[in-house]
Structures are given as C-alpha cells and as structure tokens.
Write a protein of this length. Sequence first.
Length: 401
Amino acid sequence: MALQPINLTPPASTDTPAVLALAFRPFFLLAAIWALLSVALWLGQLNGWWSAQQLLPATLWHAHEMLFGFGTLVAAGFLLTAAQNWTNVPALRGTKLALLSLCWLAARFVPLLTSELTGITLLAVLQSLWWLGVIAAFSRQLWLAKSRRNYPFIAILAVMMLLNLSFLLLAHAGMPDYAAHLSHSMILMFCLLMGIVGARVIPFFTARATATVQISTPGLDKAILFVSLPATALFVSSGFYPPLFSPGYLMLLSAVLHLLRLGLWFTPKLLKHPLLWSLHLSYLAMALGLLLMALSLLTELLYFKDMLHLVAISAMAAMMLSMMARVSLGHTGRPLLVGNLLTLSFAALLLSGVARTLAVLLAKPLLLWQLSGALWLVAFLIFIRVYLPILTSPRLDGRPG
C-alpha cells in the first residue's frame, strides 16, 4: 500500500476569517483590485483627466505598480500556497498574513500621497518588509521539508527584491532610464518564473483535464533554463555595461525553445477548456513576445518597449489571471470550471496585450492604448465580480484553506 502524506495543516480556526486562511486569498483579491484601480488611474493620467504630484514619474510609477505591485503579489500568493502542497508544511495564515497584506497595501498609497524625499525611504522600507516576509515564510516551508528542488524559487524572489529596491534607488537618484531598464529586466525575471512553473503545471493540467498522457520534456526544460538564465543576466548587465554580444541572440533561442515545448504540450482537446487554452495562449504570447523583443534588440524594425508589452500583458498578466482563477477554485473545494464571464475575461486580457503591442505598428497609439486599457479593466472587473465571494468564503468541502 502506498504511504499517504501526513496532513500537517492545522484545523481551521473559527477566529480566522476565510480570506486569511491561505495567502492566495488576500493576495489574489488585492492584486485584482489594484490591477483595476492602478490602470484606471494610469488611463486617467494619459487622458489628462487628472494629475498628481507623485513620488515617482508617471511612467515609472506605472511600471513599478504593474510589476513590483500587482505581479509580485500574484506570484507570492501562488508560491506560498503551492509550497504547502509541495512540502505539506502549513503556510502563512491569520494575523501574520493580514500584517503582510497591510504592508503591501500601505506601499501602494505612499507614491500617491507624498512627493517628499522621505517618501521614497518609506516606500523602500515597506516594500522590503513585504519582500522579506514573503521570502522568510516561503523559505521556512521549503527548509522544514528539505524541499531542495524548490530552492531556486528563493533565489528568484531574492533577485526580484534586489531589482525592486534598485529600481527605487535609481528613480530617487534621478536616473529614470536605468530604473526603466530594471523594470524591463523584471519582465524577463517573470519569463524565467513562468517558464519553470509552466513546465510543471501546464502539461499536468492539460493531461488531467483532457484525459491524455502527460508530456514530459526534461531535455527541453534544462535547455530552456540553461539559455534563459544567461539571457536574463546579460540583459540586466547590458543596461549598465556594454555586453560582449547582444542578449537578443539568447532571447531568440529561448523563444524558439519555448515554442517547441509548447507545441509538444498541445492537444486539440484543450480548446474546450478555458482554464487550459488561456494558459497555453499566454505561454504562446510569452514565446512570441520574447521573439519580438529579441528582434527589436537585433534590428531597428521594432521598438523594444512596445514589444515587451506583449509579454507583460498577454503573457504575464494573462497567465496570472488564469492561474488565479484555477487556484482559487481548486483551493476552495470548487469544481475546476469557469463560465462565459471568465472566458470573456481571459480573452479580453489576451487581446489587451495584442492591442498595446500593435499601437505603434498601426500608427494609432492613443486609440489602441485606450482599447488595451479598457480590455484590461474589463478582465479584472469580471474577475473581482466572480471571485470576491469565492475568496472571502470558507471552502465548500469544510477543509481548512
């Protein structure tokens, strides 16, 4: 008889609100609300409807909140929740989780409420406390279970924290171009994370939902990691020192390898499942985005900043939305099924990135920026409408989580 894992999860406390039972609940909910509000504020600034004396220049604030605010919160919520499954060690919950969430929330309002120099210090402190809390909680789970396979995630989170603090330092020092380069580098870090997590969950989810054989690609997995790591490191350093060669070559190779792996994962049966095709299409957007970013570095045909939005929106944000939808259902004891509203949400976010990428190519930048923003708002408004009661209610099966 196969040994069953010991359940180390403590029983649900009646004193702990359901929304604080596991990290995915407050983190996903806050991330979705902030995705809606911050982009609405950004569109308001683009249209001249309002202006504010912000701590950061508007474009840097937008990049910071999308990447170091929204994106990292979703990633942390996923990793802290997944680590409980990987290790069987109870995850952060209750009061500690509430304090960590409040720390993240406070950091969101600092840039909007002050333009004083001391504000950048407060923002850096709040961001640091949040990062350290997440990394400590996540590392504890892995350490207690001796889950060495997952130790690389700790390094990825630590590098992301370093990029975040360096971004703020450079912005404060009046070096916006260097700060912007680090925000672009952060997108490549998310690609690295999506490549690792995607290799674990996409073929597994696909096989399980379509009743097909799970496709294993260990050789490709190692090759992608072997190429993606130096590509990311070379790109980061290229903003400060002349590189030996363009990181575009490695990014191009990485894109081809991602496309090859995605092709091996594909089965026509997945097209019937929104929770699957949304993941596959967002992964495709990542590969195509890397390809376009590489071409923009190697030629003068494309503008890099526009190409990276395909990755930032149609890949990164769209994959996060799909994972948020799936994890929230699975970890609240609900069937892994979504209705027409969520299907519309997935499609809207995927198209949002396409519209933003085509803005300059079609010589209609303002119109397509507006369309992209509107599609983004629709996607997250739907998610909040559907998932607010799910994320704030106890599990249907009575289990903790």
